[in-house]
Design a protein around this ligand. Sequence first.
Ligand SMILES: *Cc1c(COP(=O)(O)O)cnc(C)c1O
Length: 302
Amino acid sequence: MDDDQMVQLENCRLDPVCFLPGRDIRIDVLRLDLVHPVISGNKWFKLKEYLSEAISLGKKTIVSFGGAYSNHIVATAAAARQAGLESIGMIRGEEPPALSPTLVEAKNFGMELFFVSREDYRNRIIPVAVYRAHRDGDVYVINEGGYGRRGTDGAKKILDLVNAAQYEHITAAVGTGTTLAGLVEATAGAQKITGISVLKNNHSLEKEIQNLLSEKNKDRFTLLHDYHFGGYAKYSGELIESMNQWYRETGIPSDFVYTGKLFFALTDLLQKGFFQPGSRVLTIHSGGLQGNRSLPKGTLIF
Ligand SMILES: *Cc1c(COP(=O)(O)O)cnc(C)c1O
């Protein structure tokens, strides 16, 4: 599989963002959002190992799960197409009269969409057509959000893009935690890995991340649960204002589901003295900007 046909890894760069210069804290933002306009950088990394396995098992079709604005769904559609595989998206909720831009894009990448009621979705009830393909042994299933060990192995490679050893802190937004697990596995010893959970009261998250980690790394991360703004994909005027402010100060756009909450948290943590003077902090811009299309026009200044 040639990664570089679709996703431009060479577009990634580190943007140094200098805050509180008096305290000599430097934040570098790894711009995975620049790899592709709609494919979230971290999703691409997470999917790679699953797709390699699907190919080596001789599977023809990828099945995965997500909502109407899911970054994972559109990334799966794109990555499967590039790998020469068919893809099926099981979409949570009734089929809407008009598809979201995310689903239109997924369809354009050749994904076949099946809408399943929330209840069937929760119970993982699979439509007959998908079941048949599965019975015939053609289907490779990827968890919602790419959660799993292979996703972790893929996410580890994110840090190949930088000289990771120079950072005392690495921070990232967390959904399933697979990306964070990759960051933990790719670092060592005293480096502090902090995840900002974008879900409310997701108390099983810690355990789910630990299940992805090797023994020596199980306690090498911290999760912060106070920056969800009401829950997954919820937002407030304060969050939007902070995303606009971050853009004015740094020129870096963010999305309201993940990275907007991450950058809000970062600013708050800086003010609270979370990072010792002299620290170098790497923060992962995991992309997700396509999701902003669900906001009313004019909400964001970028
Ligand atoms: C999916 C996603 C995340 C969360 O990744 P996990 O590995 O599920 O924790 C973070 N940022 C963006 C932009 C995403 O699309």
